[in-house]
Design a protein around this ligand. Sequence first.
Ligand code: FES
Length: 112
Amino acid sequence: MPASARGSPPPAEALAVGAGAPPEPALTVHLARTGRTLQVQPDQTLLQAVRSVGVDVPYVCLEGKCGACEVGVLGGTPEHRDPVYANTSRLPRDRMKLCVSRSLTPRLTLDL
Ligand code: FES
């Protein structure tokens, strides 16, 4: 098992939005089980933002392929950018991979 999957903090550069990509809009994420609300900055992934407040979401590939970082979505509409969901015709609204996906709505509520 890679060190990242055991919960050690990822290097910030490993989780950051790709260099040269257009800026992402800021996003508000509410974590329903922990009761926390946080802002995802334009240069952060959701995974990076959630882990930065101490919520230990696992990860392995950071490419949307393995599913380790997939979490439930309780509110808002995820924008799937992973290679699995992005190529399906029936996109799930209740699941998303935090390492690569974003949001079509300015606010998401996650089952975390
Ligand atoms: S870490 Fe593999 S899908 Fe997100």
